[in-house]
Write a protein that binds this ligand. Structure first.
Ligand code: HEM
Length: 256
């Protein structure tokens, strides 16, 4: 579950800022972001909904869903053995979803390095932030369709059994050997040319990010510190503050 919660915060912040727009369901007035390809496999919404329900009982209309996502991502990291950090609070929630902005703002699993660097740069995040944040793939699972192309062009035979050339699209595979533990195995894998997604391996493929991957593969503490700093930067993306937006009563719908 840690993986799912960190990913939800990322998918929130990169699309129209950290405003919990990714949590809204379809309704008469809202076209949800959840149906866009990168979001279809997101999970963990029930954890956010449960936290929201408890908060509304204790202290109604104060803590936004966007802040819950930010805090949940931090706690998920710490729970999995990763870093913790002070989460800035005060984000408010959007009243709309932005499905048309999902594809241009969230990275795709077969992007090349320059596309990733440019996409993160547009968010004010450096290549170093990008590599550190990609280290979130130390946690969680990826479905076969997202890495099939890669494993059928090299000799990853165990992976090919789990993810055949045809079929098994949604078979899940751990993104590193320890998918429940926040560690730097993701980077040691990449150095050994065993990155699961194309976008994982491009970070160590003769380009400008090679030295950062190498550094993180040798220093778990450097990775942890940079991950925490980059998560704080990501959590600062275009927040709604003051009287903009609202504090939703439930995270999946705008207030009536
Ligand atoms: C750099 C570009 C990135 C690409 C192309 C990418 C792509 C993907 C893909 C294809 C998956 C497999 C899940 C699926 O499709 O169903 C995935 C999983 C995941 N991603 Fe990323 N991602 C990127 C960056 C990030 C960042 C910046 C974070 C968070 C800071 C993140 C957090 C995660 C987590 C935790 C999972 C596992 C989710 C789970 O087990 O439910 N990713 N990512």
């Amino acid at each position: 579950m840690s993986a799912a919660l960190i990913r939800l915060h990322f998918h929130d912040c990169f699309v129209h800022g950290c405003d919990a727009s990714n949590l809204l369901n379809n309704s008469q007035t809202i076209k949800s972001e959840k149906d866009s390809p990168p979001n279809v496999s997101t999970r963990g919404h029930q954890v956010i909904d449960a936290a929201k329900a408890q908060l509304e009982t204790i202290c109604p209309a104060v803590v936004s869903c966007a802040d819950i996502l930010a805090v949940a991502a931090r706690d998920a990291s710490a729970f999995a053995g990763g870093p913790s950090w002070d989460v800035k609070l005060g984000r408010r929630d959007s009243t709309a979803a932005f499905p048309d902005e999902v594809m241009g703002n969230l990275p795709f699993f077969n992007s090349d390095l320059q596309i990733l660097i440019d996409l993160f740069k547009r968010k004010g995040l450096s290549p170093r932030d990008m590599v550190a944040l990609s280290g979130a793939h130390t946690l969680g699972l990826a479905p076969c369709f997202s890495f099939r192309e890669r494993i059928h062009s090299n000799n990853a035979s165990a992976l090919r059994r789990r993810c055949p050339a045809v079929g098994g699209d949604s078979n899940l595979v751990a993104m590193d050997m320890t998918p429940d533990k926040f560690d730097n195995n993701y980077f040691t894998n990449i150095v050994q040319r065993k990155g699961l997604l194309k976008t994982d391996q491009v970070l160590f493929s003769g380009g400008v990010t090679d030295s950062i991957v190498m550094e993180y593969s040798q220093s778990p503490s450097r990775f942890s510190a940079d991950f925490a700093a980059a998560m704080i930067k990501m959590g600062d993306l275009q927040p709604l503050t003051g009287s903009a937006g609202q504090v939703r009563k439930i995270c999946s719908a705008a207030n009536k």
